[in-house]
Write a protein that binds this ligand. Structure first.
Ligand SMILES: Nc1ncnc2c1ncn2[C@@H]1O[C@H](COP(=O)(O)OP(=O)(O)OP(=O)(O)O)[C@@H](O)[C@H]1O
Ligand SMILES: [Mg+2]
Length: 212
């Protein structure tokens, strides 16, 4: 067992024990330990995927990966009453990459959107996939006001975060950009969009088309 899984394992026992004893205050602390351990495990996974080589690349269907990321984040969306729209017309081409790494990328984008808009009145996230000129273009848009111009490059830098108080590491977008570029893709902010919008572009190879 890794030291991290030991922390998780012993903490689960602690939670059970505190539940049995009805110790609500202790339980609240142990739940915080659980949440922090989960975040460290996520960060560890992110870092691990950066130093891994390309062995787990394959042809992947982006819509499937995005649906999985939605599955991981939908509880938070429901809790915060955020509408989610997913438009996948004309997107059954496959791209060459790692489904695990792409899953991290989209989960981070959805989590970023949730955190950015959860206190707004108008709360929605829209994801679309389109086939444009040999590229699969994914847009992840939310009802926020966009990223101020002087922050647009900074948010892709390692350790840049505005969530210091709530445990953000500022690694999400920096790692995402590196992983996507390694797959031959791009991730940028779409300035033409009236809301907050990230555009991701992945090359489609002719031979990568799904057999129909
Ligand atoms: N959809 C968004 N709307 C507004 N600001 C955003 C959005 N996505 C990212 N940002 C800004 O970019 C910063 C960097 O994002 P990034 O995902 O790299 O790190 P983080 O979310 O702060 O931390 P972590 O991903 O480790 O939880 C965020 O702190 C936030 O200020
Ligand atoms: Mg993030």
């Amino acid at each position: 067992m890794t030291p991290l899984s030991l922390i998780h394992y012993h903490n689960e026992h602690l939670i059970k024990n505190l539940e049995e004893k009805g110790n609500q205050e202790g339980l609240a602390y142990a739940q915080k330990v659980k949440e922090s351990a989960r975040r460290v495990i996520e960060i560890f996974d992110d870092m691990r995927s950066l130093i891994k080589d390309r062995d787990d690349y394959e042809y992947v269907e982006l819509a499937k990966i995005i649906k999985k990321s939605y599955f991981y984040t939908h509880i938070q969306m429901q809790k915060n009453e955020i509408d989610f729209v997913f438009d996948t017309q004309n997107s059954d081409q496959l791209v060459w990459g790692s489904s695990g790494q792409l899953g991290q990328v989209f989960t981070n984008l959805l989590n970023n959107s949730i955190q950015a808009i959860k206190d707004l009145e108008d709360k929605w996230i829209k994801v679309s996939i389109k086939n444009t000129d040999g590229y699969l273009v994914v847009q992840v848009m939310d009802s926020g006001d966009g990223i101020p111009r002087d922050m647009q490059e900074k948010i892709f830098e390692s350790l840049f975060t505005t969530k210091g108080d709530s445990g953000g590491t500022g690694l999400g977008l920096a790692i995402s950009r590196r992983l996507i570029e390694r797959m031959g893709g791009q991730i940028d902010i779409d300035e033409a969009c009236p809301n907050t919008c990230f555009t991701l572009k992945f090359p489609i190879k002719e031979e990568s088309k799904k057999a129909s």
